[in-house]
Structures are given as C-alpha cells and as structure tokens.
Design a protein around this ligand. Structure first.
Ligand SMILES: C[C@@]1(CC(=O)O)c2cc3[nH]c(cc4nc(cc5[nH]c(cc(n2)[C@H]1CCC(=O)O)[C@@](C)(CC(=O)O)[C@@H]5CCC(=O)O)C(CC(=O)O)=C4CCC(=O)O)c(CCC(=O)O)c3CC(=O)O
Ligand SMILES: NC(=O)C1=CN([C@@H]2O[C@H](COP(=O)(O)OP(=O)(O)OC[C@H]3O[C@@H](n4cnc5c(N)ncnc54)[C@H](O)[C@@H]3O)[C@@H](O)[C@H]2O)C=CC1
Length: 203
C-alpha cells in the first residue's frame, strides 16, 4: 500500500461528484463540514441531497456526466455504481489531483476513511479497501473512548500550548511543559482554569 494519511484543507476547493446516491450524500455531508465548493452531476439525487440542494449548499447539474464537468476540479469522486460510467469519469480525471472511485478501491488515488471529530481532534481509520466494515467498527470503538468532552479538552490544550510557545521559556523547557500538560489531572474545568492561570505567569 502506498497510501499516506494526510489532512487536507478543503476550504473553497472545487469538488465534482458524479452520482447522487447514498454514497454521494455521505461525501457531501463531510465535504460541507470542510467548506468545500461542491458540484454534483447526476440526473437524480437522494431526498437528503435534494434538501441540501434546495438550500443551495452545492450546485446540482441535473443530467448525466460529460467530460467538461471536471474542469478545474481539485477532487473528483465517481459514485454512480455503473462501471463504465465510473471508468469514463476516471479517464476524464487524468489531470485532477485527487480522484476517488467509490466502487473500486484501487482505481482512484485516495480512499475515504471512517472518520469522526471532537472539535480539533480528528480520528480517521482506513483499511485501504480491505474491509470498510472493520474500519467502521474500529471507528465506533474509538468514538466511545474519545467522547464529546474531548472537544473542550483539545481547546484547553491548544490554549495552554499557545501560552507556553509564546512564553520566554527555553525551547527545552517549552517541550517539557507541553508534554507535562498531558499528565496533569485536568479533566475538570476548575483544574484547567488553574493550570491556564499558572501558565499566564510563566516567563
Ligand atoms: C474504497 C472505499 C470507497 C472510498 O474510498 O470512497 C469503499 C468501497 C466500498 N465499500 C463497500 C461496502 C461497504 N462500505 C461500508 C462502509 C464504509 N465504507 C467506507 C469507505 C470505503 N468504502 C473506502 C475504503 C475505506 C477502507 O477500506 O477503509 C467508510 C469507512 C467511510 C465512508 O464511506 O464514509 C464507511 C464506514 C463509515 C462509518 O461507519 O463511519 C459498508 C458497511 C456499512 O455500510 O455499514 C459496506 C458494506 C460491507 C462491505 O462490503 O464491507 C463496497 C462494496 C459495495 C458493493 O458491494 O456494492 C466498496 C467497493 C469496493 O469494495 O471496492
Ligand atoms: N461507503 C462506501 O464507500 C460505499 C461505496 N459503495 C459503492 O459506491 C458506488 C455508489 O453507491 P450508491 O451511492 O449506493 O449508488 P446509487 O445507485 O444509490 O447512486 C448512483 C447515482 O448515480 C447516478 N447516475 C447514474 N448514471 C449516471 C451518469 N451517467 N452520470 C451521472 N450520474 C449518474 C444515479 O442517478 C444515482 O444518483 C457504488 O459503486 C458502490 O459499490 C457502496 C457502498 C458503500
């Protein structure tokens, strides 16, 4: 497997999705969270996508795919479930940086992992197409372990780290202090406030 997990800033990036079924709906929901600029080319779309199209959250071309649809795309997704159409999309997307073929893991150059976020924490699990169901199961287990409280915890860690980084401490002490934060018993807001206050005073 020569796939490397990266997180990509999708804000304003042009995404073209061919097909408007259940898979397209899942992708659109994730991509909207990332502020991508989405076009769907499909004669039909799911009711869920219909609702989002009504709110103008993406552009819908209500017809079958044409090669010119992919112009300027940064990410191209083929999700028609019709092999020859997906193949035509793949061919047309030769120069598109990121290509995902939902029905054939190895045909594109990216996979969508099972994913959840807790604020700034992002957890993604991929099996490289071997067993998407296992990826989903591992994700569900991690979702229980890293519950909703982690969003606030990550904000707190970010706040502390920023304070430490802009302090006058030596580089070595900064690294030490950042690591030590993770060992502090700071599940409670009160304790977090105390640690932040202490950091306000470090030189
Ligand atoms: C290549 C990839 C597509 C891509 O990268 O776009 C792909 C491809 C295919 N999936 C298929 C089937 C299923 N996919 C799921 C579920 C998920 N599939 C996801 C990703 C990916 N699936 C990518 C690889 C990622 C990896 O391996 O890690 C998840 C993780 C993320 C997401 O989709 O958002 C999401 C769980 C999300 C969550 O719960 O969080 C389930 C289970 C279910 O629905 O409950 C089933 C039925 C059980 C089974 O078949 O395993 C089929 C056969 C279709 C058919 O037979 O018609 C293909 C085609 C093929 O095998 O090539
Ligand atoms: N999680 C995942 O990644 C999964 C991936 N898959 C794969 O993803 C693909 C799509 O699955 P679904 O969304 O369930 O299919 P679907 O059948 O619900 O949707 C297909 C969509 O493609 C549109 N379409 C058909 N011909 C077209 C054309 N020429 N141009 C543009 N649009 C066209 C249809 O109108 C429909 O909206 C399949 O290949 C399937 O095997 C399936 C299950 C899970």
């Amino acid at each position: 497997m020569s796939h490397l997990p990266l997180t990509v800033n999708m804000k304003g990036k042009r995404v073209v999705i061919v097909g408007g079924g259940n898979v397209a709906e899942k992708r659109v929901k994730k991509l909207l969270e990332a502020d991508a600029s989405i076009t769907i080319v499909s004669p039909e779309i799911t009711p869920g996508l219909g609702h989002l199209a009504g709110e103008e959250r993406f552009h819908w071309k209500r017809r079958t795919f044409e090669r010119s649809d992919i112009e300027g795309a940064f990410l191209l997704i083929a999700a028609t479930g019709i092999r020859h159409v997906d193949e035509e999309v793949k061919k047309a997307g030769d120069n598109v940086p990121l290509v995902n073929i939902a029905g054939e893991a190895d045909a594109g150059n990216i996979h969508f992992p099972a994913h959840f976020s807790r604020g700034r924490l992002s957890v993604a699990v991929s099996t490289g197409g071997a067993s998407p169901a296992l990826a989903a199961r591992i994700k569900s287990r991690l979702e229980e372990e890293y519950d909703e409280d982690y969003a606030a915890y990550l904000d707190y860690l970010h706040d502390c780290r920023t304070k430490i980084k802009t302090s006058g401490l030596s580089e070595e002490k900064k690294k030490e202090a950042i690591k030590k934060l993770l060992d502090e018993d700071c599940g409670e807001e009160k304790e977090q406030a105390l640690i932040v206050a202490r950091l306000e005073g470090i030189e």
